[in-house]
Design a protein around this ligand. Structure first.
Ligand SMILES: Nc1ncnc2c1ncn2[C@@H]1O[C@H](COP(=O)(O)OP(=O)(O)O)[C@@H](O)[C@H]1O
Ligand SMILES: [Mg+2]
Length: 332
């Protein structure tokens, strides 16, 4: 840690050590450690029931942990909950929008809860409606809103108190792809302004797109933590698949390439490979040296789906792993 990070008044992120929480016999969090530097996006990734919402509820002072310590925005969680609350905004997994109120009324209600003077509340509401492209529907009841509009309104309500740290619990679950991208852009903009974001998601792509660091929560523990690239590197699933015209070529290639998984029926070799250009070139050079040409070449780069699968044993619903088909010609 740098010296400046200790200076008073410096924005602080989130750190937690040994968080535990059980409901009766059921252990939900079994010693969770987290470190989120100020001004970064941290994604807590995990399947349904992993304990993501529980973690958010603890860090945002809504419930208390059975054990462990945490600091949020420079304040010790259980000693200064009010100071923590003053620094954070929470957009829960389930909408806080009041359906019977208009968008503007919902935001002004939040401004009242923050004890903002009436005029300032109105001004802030107008600015937030403008920012989230909700001005045209500002005076319509929220019940008429689409899922994407509702999420934006939810976030606008969270921003009323100008939080330095925002918790977003599955912000895009159930949204169509366009609304999801829209929200991603909003999150990018918030980060650019220096806001610290703690985001939970079941979507690997979302964590990949947004997060500086990702932690995978499973069975009440953090089973992996790092940048998306670091997590991907931990998975040995990267390989290329080469197909040959006949068994003779397959034989020669297998000898030339050494370590490879061979399928005589499909006439393929599966060679461990990180998919980088130099690694591909090495393989092709060896085939050249053996005077053998492959009929087809497929690169499989491990992605976060592989990480998730390898770490949690859970297949992510609706996500297909990303096989990059490369025409042999394109490598020449
Ligand atoms: N108030 C509660 N009482 C009992 N069990 C709970 C309560 N809240 C959450 N749980 C259980 O804790 C586990 C984790 O829940 P949650 O934190 O909501 O997971 P996630 O947000 O990752 O889907 C689940 O098995 C859930 O049923
Ligand atoms: Mg949840």
């Amino acid at each position: 840690m740098t010296a400046t990070a200790h200076m008073a008044g410096q924005p602080k992120g989130i750190s937690a050590l040994g968080l535990r929480k059980a409901y009766g016999e059921k252990v939900v969090l079994d010693g969770v450690d987290l470190e989120v530097p100020a001004g970064t996006v941290f994604s807590l990734l995990g399947p349904n029931g992993a304990g993501k919402t529980t973690t958010v509820q603890i860090l945002s002072t809504l419930i208390s942990a059975d054990a462990g310590q945490a600091q949020v925005a420079g304040h010790v969680l259980d000693r200064e909950p009010d100071a923590v609350r003053a620094e954070i905004g929470v957009t829960g997994q389930f909408s806080a929008v009041d359906n019977l109120l208009t968008a503007r009324e919902n935001i002004i209600l939040m401004a009242d809860l923050h004890h903002l003077p009436r005029n300032e509340g109105k001004q802030r509401a107008a600015a937030l409606l403008e920012r989230f492209d909700l001005t045209e529907v500002a005076d319509k009841p929220a019940i008429t809103f689409s899922g994407g509009m509702r999420r934006k309104l939810d976030l606008a309500m969270t921003l009323v108190g100008r939080p330095s740290i925002i918790f977003l619990d599955e912000p895009t679950t159930g949204l169509d792809p366009r609304s999801r991208r829209n929200l991603w852009q909003i999150i990018h903009d918030l980060v650019a302004e220096g806001t610290t974001i703690f985001l939970t998601t079941q979507y690997l792509e979302e964590a990949d797109q947004l997060a500086d660091r990702i932690a995978v929560l499973d069975g009440g523990k953090i089973v992996a933590e790092g940048t998306a690239a670091e997590l991907k590197r931990r998975i040995p699933g990267g390989h290329i698949r080469l197909q040959f015209a006949d068994v003779h070529r397959l034989d020669v290639a297998a000898r030339a390439l050494g370590q490879a998984l061979r399928d005589d029926e499909a006439l393929t070799l599966q060679v461990p490979n990180d998919g980088s250009i130099p690694a591909l070139r090495t393989v092709l050079d060896r085939l050249d040296a053996a005077q053998i040409e492959a009929e087809a070449l497929t690169v499989h780069t491990p992605d976060l789906d592989d990480v998730f699968l390898a770490l949690t044993g859970n297949q992510v619903p609706g996500q297909v792993s990303d096989n990059t088909e490369l025409a042999k010609e394109s490598l020449r």
